[in-house]
Design a protein around this ligand. Structure first.
Ligand SMILES: Nc1ncnc2c1ncn2[C@@H]1O[C@H](COP(=O)(O)OP(=O)(O)OP(=O)(O)O)[C@@H](O)[C@H]1O
Length: 265
């Protein structure tokens, strides 16, 4: 009998935003997520809508304003950083602080949650590191200094580092922001493959809506009026994609499952 899939991420009454001494800025409320393991999820929404804020909240980089996040049935608030680093890896787009680390050293740092206090790499660690370089097609960069990398190369190296962390969940904030079309498609197909073949749960924020529609098992759609999460085909069927953009400018073609410039433009 087929086993029911496990829910790896669940939120209840989640509100996200920022608190300062003067005020609370609420970015989104009532975010309801119920995600099964082994899915590629794309988080879509306009600039400034709150995608990074949501990803930072789900990865405990910033606190939720309200509500709960369960990761693998454990409350995120109760997980220590070391416990969390064995469950989730995070790929951000910001440039790294200046350092003379080599690419190999940066990628090897992904093993940190598993190595002993002097960071000794076992044969198994080395195998995982080599595999991460191979999967991301970046072995030729291994001996370069990190500061020598282009933005696109750095992006791939940060994905390689997340792969060496070997976590069941990988969260990526706009991982293809600096990549050309070839490398964008290549990155998405790598992420799809990691979800399908290795049962990893991959959560990606992106502006590549048409690619997301073709590849994502699940979409999270953020707009100023609501947040919807669900299977890509069901959201398409229920005409939910239209909420993403102003229809005078960009319309959704249900038959093609793609966005295109509106005729009225
Ligand atoms: N540290 C902060 N303090 C207060 N408000 C912030 C902070 N960081 C971001 N914001 C605000 O939160 C809102 C959501 O920003 P966020 O970066 O999450 O959007 P986004 O959907 O990821 O945007 P983009 O697609 O442009 O990257 C924006 O209005 C932004 O100005």
């Amino acid at each position: 009998m087929k086993q029911p899939k496990k829910h790896i991420l669940k939120t209840t009454n989640l509100s996200i935003g920022y608190t300062s001494k003067k005020q609370v800025s609420v970015i989104a409320t009532d975010l309801s997520i119920n995600l099964e393991a082994g899915n590629l999820v794309c988080l879509l929404g306009k600039n400034g809508i709150g995608k990074s804020t949501l990803l930072r909240t789900l990865t405990k980089v910033q606190p939720a304003l309200n509500g709960t996040v369960l990761i693998d049935q454990k409350n995120l608030d109760n997980l220590t950083n070391i416990e969390l680093s064995k469950i989730m890896s995070l790929v951000l787009t910001e440039r790294l602080p200046d350092s003379s680390l080599t690419v190999f050293e940066l990628v090897a740092l992904g093993r940190q949650p598993f190595t002993n206090w002097i960071g000794y790499l076992t044969n198994k660690d080395m195998e995982i590191i080599q595999m991460a370089f191979k999967k991301t097609n970046t072995s030729h960069l291994m001996n370069s200094k990190c500061y020598e990398l282009s933005d696109g190369q750095l992006q791939k190296i940060l994905i390689a580092r997340a792969l060496t962390q070997d976590t069941p969940i990988i969260v990526l904030d706009e991982p293809t922001a600096h990549l050309d079309l070839h490398h964008t498609v290549n990155t998405f197909s790598l992420l799809k493959n990691l979800a399908a073949e290795f049962n990893k749960t991959i959560i990606v924020s992106t502006h590549e809506a048409n690619l997301a529609l073709q590849l994502a098992d699940e979409l999270w759609l953020m707009s100023s009026s609501k947040f919807i999460s669900g299977k890509t085909d069901i959201l398409i069927e229920n005409n939910e994609l239209e909420l993403l953009f102003d229809s005078n400018l960009i319309s959704f073609n249900k038959a093609l499952k793609q966005f295109s410039i509106s005729n009225s433009f």
